[in-house]
Design a binder for this molecule. Structure first.
Ligand code: GDP
Ligand code: GDP
Length: 454
């Protein structure tokens, strides 16, 4: 018997697909015009394998799914913005900092026909502090004659420059081999193994009150260890003591110092949000309850769900919410947030401190769901009863049978159903609803994928 993955059908039906294990990330950095985009396209083989869209930027695609020698990894193209010449050095250095805080390995691209510029040197200086592997790519080496220029790039102090012609493909195979060598099998930082504080991302569009809430949380409980990383390279996280437990709030540096670079500020804001979510196990999505829910709020929520992270929704500025607004809110939630009905909602006020004590229990619940595993025996006993009572609808004269189910993964819980036929979207939704009714999963996305035996 052969099994065909129907995850694409699931996606088309706007349902969670199969759970891919997290894959390591390579960030590509360098000055404008050195050929980063060309190289990224070369790495991707120009397959259109876009994983994520970051909203609100000039070029809104930044993270791509790459495959080389059977191994998957994510390529982060940090070049999608046009810095003004003046702020170039600072902007590229910021880009490098960001890469170090989010990626598992970094590829610095330099134009070999130009040689090392002051900006390249500044970036290299930042990257030399990286705890993650850094690879140096000498691009635009279209022929042998440039090899002497390549050798001069040793001066950047990042080891051996690898000659590549992104345009023609020369050397790109060797480069990719080196990339795979440098990348860990799985992203090491992400879930931090066992032990250690659990990782929380505090995210939301600008002005919803993220910094205010963080200040409230840290101010209230005193025992704060700030800037844990200290050692320059990691994102500056904050350890926050809440409800007798220490939590690691990731990338709070971005909240503290509001870096408003002249260009690309918005781009970095969304990239940072994305990165913080990826680095976290659970996200608190903060929205401004005093204002209508916006497209931007929903995008942040989607980022969390798509990344498969646990979720707590916090409605801030509750002190400003009156009777009328409350009524509107209830309608908005019904209409816009059905997709995350399973997430706990907490109405807080960073200003007055209202209900902030409820955040820690909600985080705990969400993480417990995220970690939850339903034993296969129990799952199938439950499923047999359910299917006997409500079988899948007949399609094309045939009654699809669900043969077997297993929870293939946790974090988030991911179920695989083995069937003899296609299961309609409505029926999949029914299964998810029932699964949640029985097993909970409050605060965590749940993924269901279907394998059909042909
Ligand atoms: P980015 O700004 O770093 O993303 O650079 P781009 O990928 O947009 O490339 C800038 C310019 O350099 C484009 O005109 C590319 O065609 C050119 N380019 C990129 N790679 C090579 C290469 O290997 N050889 C040559 N000769 N030109 C290249
Ligand atoms: P951030 O951009 O998400 O970090 O938002 P800030 O924390 O900077 O807050 C944006 C604005 O909202 C500031 O003027 C805050 O004083 C205000 N603010 C934050 N939380 C609350 C709240 O709970 N109630 C009210 N009324 N204002 C708030």
């Amino acid at each position: 018997a052969e099994w065909t993955a129907l995850d694409e059908a699931a996606e088309a039906a706007d349902l969670p697909g199969g759970g891919e294990p997290p894959q390591p990330t390579l960030a590509v950095v360098g000055r404008p015009n050195v050929g980063k985009s060309t190289l990224v396209n070369r790495i991707l083989g120009r397959r259109e394998a876009v994983v994520q869209d970051v909203p609100g930027v000039t070029r809104d695609r930044v993270a791509y799914d790459a495959l080389w020698n059977g191994r998957r990894f994510t390529v982060l193209d940090t070049g999608g913005w046009e810095p003004d010449a003046q702020g170039l050095q600072a902007a590229v250095a910021a880009q490098a900092e960001l890469a170090m805080s989010t990626a598992d390995a970094i590829l610095l691209v330099v134009d070999a026909t130009v040689g090392a510029t002051t900006t390249d040197e500044a970036v290299a200086k930042v990257l030399r502090r990286s705890k993650r592997p850094v690879l140096l790519c000498a691009n635009k080496v279209d022929d042998e004659r440039l090899m002497a220029d390549v050798a001069s790039l040793w001066s950047l102090g990042l080891g051996e420059p690898m000659p590549v012609s992104a345009l023609h493909g020369r050397g790109s195979g060797d480069l990719l081999d080196a990339v795979l060598n440098a990348l860990p099998e799985t992203p090491k930082e992400v879930f931090g193994g066992t032990g250690g504080p659990r990782r929380v991302a505090l995210v939301g569009k600008p002005n919803v009150g993220k910094s205010s809430l963080l200040n409230r949380l840290t101010g209230e409980e005193r025992s704060v260890v700030d800037s844990v990383a200290g050692t320059t390279v990691d994102p500056v996280d904050s350890l926050v003591e809440l409800d007798g437990e220490t939590w690691r709030f990731v990338d709070t540096a971005g909240l503290r110092k509001r870096v408003h670079t002249a260009s690309g500020a918005e781009y970095y804001a969304s990239l940072r949000t994305k990165a913080a979510i990826e680095a976290a196990e659970v996200a608190i999505v903060l929205v401004d309850a005093s204002e209508p829910l916006s497209e931007q709020d929903l995008r942040v929520v989607s980022m969390v769900v798509d990344a498969g992270r646990a979720l707590v929704l916090a409605y801030n500025k509750w002190d400003l919410v009156d009777e009328d607004r409350r009524y509107q809110l209830a309608k908005e939630i019904d209409r816009e947030l059905v997709r995350v009905r399973w997430a706990e909602r907490i109405n807080v006020s960073a200003r007055t401190g209202r209900a902030v004590a409820k955040l820690a229990p909600a985080l705990r619940t969400a993480l417990t769901s995220w970690d939850q595993r339903v034993p296969t025996g129990q799952l199938n006993a439950w499923l047999n009863d359910l299917v006997a009572a409500t079988p899948p609808p007949v399609r094309g004269g045939k009654q699809p049978k669900i043969l077997f189910a297993t929870q293939a993964q946790t974090r988030p819980p991911t179920f695989v159903l083995f069937t003899t036929g296609f299961l309609e979207a409505g029926y999949r939704r029914f299964l998810e609803r029932k699964l949640r009714e029985t097993f909970g999963f409050t605060g965590s996305p749940v993924r269901i994928s279907v394998r059909v035996r042909e």
